[in-house]
Design a protein. Structure first.
Length: 64
């Protein structure tokens, strides 16, 4: 998560998603979430989505 490649992908996803959580529309405390881990470390931008911290946390709780 500290590599230049990840930072560039994260920034591209945030911009693509309009700097908003794609579930609730919030604009603060944004995370980039992996929709799939099929290409981990070589993600396509479509493998990632912008979520706020609340939605991100809620999503991970549902998958446990």
């Amino acid at each position: 998560l500290q590599s230049d490649t990840w930072k560039a992908k994260r920034k591209a996803v945030l911009i693509r998603d309009g700097l908003r959580c794609q579930l609730c529309g919030h604009e603060k405390n944004l995370h980039v979430h992996h929709v799939t881990y099929d290409r981990i470390y070589d993600e396509d931008l479509d493998d990632l989505i912008t979520l706020c911290s609340d939605c991100h946390g809620g999503l991970h709780k549902k998958t446990k």
